[in-house]
Design a protein around this ligand. Structure first.
Ligand code: NAD
Length: 496
């Protein structure tokens, strides 16, 4: 058998080993004997080298006209299209989700790259009038500097693309760090940017642990911007670290998203939505529908159908095209899921299906869990409040739309929510009163598109939005320009 490929860091336009001399293994969660590659276990010195390279490269990249930057992104998008199938397969191997979903993940990166390529020729600013004669006013976007991009494992190419593409088109240089479970997909993205002609040092890629590498990325004094997607616990640390020297900081964190099924809902549609929202990516999406609140008038019928469909889901290796749900990411995540199943049982939630890991046969070497549904949940139970990040859905009965909205809003997170109803008044009331950053009507809590703002409220985010034109607000600094061509001193607010 051929030895596993050794992947290196990308610093200053060169593929280099970590100065630490250490490496780690990237393995397949569906089969831990499948070694995908060896990656660099980097240290602080690697980050310092990457930041130094980015600092140098920023000097000319910030002056490169945005349409030229956009053309490089355009070439990268075209290459991603050509490489889509290869990258999707690699992603399924390294993080487990089924091929349909990893194709979607790569497609999201393609969409974001084309979208931001187009921003190279827009990047609109503002012009407006002046209160004084012979004076011109405008505001333009300026690049900020070096951006640290820290990403999770569940969307290993899409999420890095949400960060790197707007950062680049705005004229920043970046240092990127993937989660240790999924370094291959970010490697593929960075290699594609290199092949598309990004100048040396503008994009740097350093692999390694959150503690050592991640910590340096958010504390390095030359880093001006930190964009983080991951858990709320780590996000809080990032926020604190950035506050000392006022780094710009964008946090996209956990979720406990809810689907509401009203008594007038199309139940077939609602069951489809709950199944996809709850068990897509094995429930490991920040937008996963891990709660379903159902009106008591249709509760029994909905739950019976939902349970039946969940039982019929085929679990296995995501590379098998007949499989509908893959493994969870690692042993530690599987243990977390098992712990929450026990918590749910002790809290008195009714285990309707699942509740155990899969072992033996094709499951022996991977981290698989049966799709699990708890019924009759009280909204205050931990299984209905805390992010589990696995294939576990808590179903909560309710009496009215008002109560359902209260349940939806009664968690610390605020990412995504959804309502199934055929009543337009109810739909609009939910759109107005749900306190999440994203709301779906007659669709599950997942399905974001790249040209619309993405992000959450409360402990999911810190007020920024990724994707869409809103991403430019984070990766650029507004610079307001006043040009006085009156040839005399004019005093705003005084010379009226
Ligand atoms: P995580 O917080 O454990 O890790 C995220 C990243 O932070 C990884 O690259 C990790 O190496 C790094 N990191 C860990 N400790 C660090 C530290 N002390 N300093 C700096 N960096 C550190 O999250 P995860 O397990 O990779 O991902 C799952 C979480 O991500 C879930 O909570 C999920 O909801 C969230 N998520 C949120 C969104 C969103 O857009 N809101 C999207 C996807 C995932």
């Amino acid at each position: 058998m051929a030895p596993p490929k050794v992947y290196k860091n990308f610093i200053d336009g060169e593929w280099v080993e970590s100065v630490s001399g250490r490496t780690f293994e990237n393995i397949n969660p569906a089969n831990r004997h499948d070694l995908i590659g060896i990656f660099q276990k980097s240290n602080q010195q690697d980050i310092d080298n990457a930041v130094a390279a980015a600092t140098q490269a920023f000097k000319s990249w910030r002056l490169t006209p945005p349409p030229r930057r956009g053309e490089i992104l355009w070439r990268a998008a075209r290459l991603l299209v050509e490489r889509k199938e290869l990258f999707a397969e690699g992603m399924t191997r390294e993080m487990g989700k089924i091929l349909d979903e990893t194709r979607g993940d790569v497609q999201e990166a393609i969409d974001m790259t084309f979208y931001m390529a187009g921003e190279g020729r827009r990047m609109f600013g503002q012009t407006t009038t002046s209160e004084l004669p012979n004076k011109f006013c405008m505001a333009v976007r300026s690049p900020i500097g070096i951006c640290s991009l820290i990403t999770p494992w569940n969307f290993p190419m899409a999420i890095p693309s949400w960060k790197v593409m707007p950062a680049l088109v705005c004229g920043n240089a970046v240092v990127m760090k993937p989660a240790t479970d999924t370094p291959l997909s970010m490697y593929n993205l960075v290699k594609t940017l290199e092949d598309a002609g990004v100048p040396r040092g503008v994009v740097n890629y350093v692999t390694g642990g959150g503690g050592e590498v991640g910590n340096r990325l958010m504390t390095h004094e030359d880093v001006k911007v930190v964009s983080f997607t991951g858990s709320t616990d780590v996000g809080r640390k990032v926020s604190e670290a950035c506050s000392h020297n006022f780094k710009h900081c964008c946090l996209e964190m956990g979720g406990k998203n809810c689907i509401l099924v009203m008594d007038d809902a199309n139940l077939d549609l609602a069951v489809d939505g709950a199944l996809w929202g709850g068990f897509g990516t094995s429930g490991q999406r920040c937008t996963a529908a891990s709660r379903v609140t159902v009106h008591k008038a249709v509760y029994k019928e909905f739950v019976d159908r939902f349970v039946e469909r969940a039982r019929s889901l085929k679990v296995g290796d995501g590379l098998d095209p007949t499989v509908q749900m893959g493994p969870v990411i690692n042993e530690s995540q599987l243990k977390t899921v098992e712990e929450y199943v026990e918590i749910g049982k002790h809290e008195g939630a009714k285990l309707l299906t699942g509740g155990e890991r899969l072992s033996g046969g094709e499951y022996e070497c991977g981290w698989f869990h049966v799709p699990t549904i708890f019924g009759d949940c009280d909204p205050r139970m931990r299984v209905a409040q805390e992010e589990i990040f696995g294939p576990v859905v808590s179903v909560i009965p309710c009496d009215s739309l008002e109560q359902a909205i209260e349940i939806n809003n009664g968690v610390v997170y605020g990412l995504s929510s959804s309502i199934y109803t055929r009543n337009v008044n109810r739909a609009f009331q939910a759109m107005r009163d749900f306190d999440t950053g994203i709301v779906y009507v007659n669709a599950p809590t997942i399905g974001a598109e790249t040209h619309l703002p993405f992000g959450g409220t409360k402990q999911t985010g810190n007020g920024h939005r990724e994707a869409a034109v809103t991403a430019l607000d984070f990766y650029s600094e507004w610079k307001t320009l006043y040009v006085d061509y009156s040839d005399r001193l004019q005093r705003a607010q005084i010379d009226t």
